[in-house]
Design a protein around this ligand. Sequence first.
Ligand code: GLU
Length: 469
Amino acid sequence: MSVKTRFAPSPTGYLHVGGARTALFSWLHAKKNNGTFVLRIEDTDLERSTQASVDAILEGMEWLGLGYEEGPFYQTHRFDRYKEIIQQLLDQGDAYYCYCSKEELEALREQQMADKEKPRYNGKCREISEDKAELNRVIRFRNPNQGEVVIDDLVKGKIVVANKELDDLIIARTDGTPTYNLTVVVDDMDMGITHVVRGDDHVNNTPRQINILKALGAELPHYAHLPMILGDDGARLSKRHGAVSVMQYRDEGYLPEALLNYLVRLGWSHGDQEIFSIEEMIELFDLSQVNVSASAFNTEKLLWLNHQYIMNSEPELVAKHLEWHMQQRGIDAATQGPALVELVKAQRERCKTLVEMADASLYFYQDFTEYDEKAAKKNFKADAIVPLQALLDAFNGVVEWEGGALHEIVLQTAEALELKLGKVAQPLRVAVCGAGMSPSIDVTLSLLGREKTLTRLEKAINYIKEKNN
Ligand code: GLU
């Protein structure tokens, strides 16, 4: 039977990195087995689900490149189907109406807590056979009293739960709407999911879901419950540890490939290999090798990986992502300056994120209004006018604007004026970039182009003259 996995987020917030890791592992398992990956939006909690969150999830999946063969399915479109199954369970005697009021259940809970018992429904309405439709009622699944449920979890190993530990869970609320455990079961069954890969916060639901699946005569999927992700302090990863939303990583200048690579290593390893292409991940990933224990998020390592990806990916790919960051800064690279591919080649060694790269490259595309104060103070003294003027004259005569020739001019100017190279190149750099740091001067000049170089040189000379008047 061919493998079919799913990612089933509830749209109650952004796509969290933990969710993204779940999605990735589920996706990898499908890919590895030439199977099918399904995206299912579990939006039945009408109060907490929002369209903005659905959009954020879809955007996150797209940015990560986690494509799905089926979906997105929306549970809110499937209420009729859930109703049908609830009716079937009622007809079979595997579900029953429960008339207990909230107050009654609360009192029961308090009593059980006082008696140091586990709070659970006591089955009071289990045997009521009359149909009291006029009363407020929920529908409960009639969980077996006896026997046990065995889960052969692909990550956690064998988990055995006695049925008497499980109470009769509510599958439909008083307004008839289905609850989470019911909808998941119906969907996993109808969609033919063979492997349920999800966070281990759901492990307590699994025996209940298995019992419902059994009552429906459905084939049971395999389960793989992934350990949670912790922050660097050992607490569950949350906002206070920094970015947790996938799109925030895009905003902070990470490449999706780097984030995926980082996420795949959270709880899974292959020897001591750190860097995996997507193809390698698909080939090597194995659910049964996922760690049982929780793994900690390490932002430093993610940053390191991001730099590796910036340096070693095809510059075209990096440029594609950089383009978005430039656009965020109001820059249309195609019309305002050098090709982004060339920029990436010039900047990738020194920039660990695309935000750093974009911020450090603005002067290639737009004129700056101020010079970096420190750099100007140091390099724009009156004695800088002569070398800058000499450079301007020499550059004016260059026929073919090309790094090698420009570099040669800088060298010759220094030599002719008997100046140290730094006394020429550094004022030049500040003049054309506005700051004391840039790629090597030949690369910088050739990326900037003739026009920007000449106008900025002129401007700098005037600035120094004025300042020293
Ligand atoms: N919708 C659930 C959640 O977001 C996941 C359900 C599942 O994977 O079975 O936590």
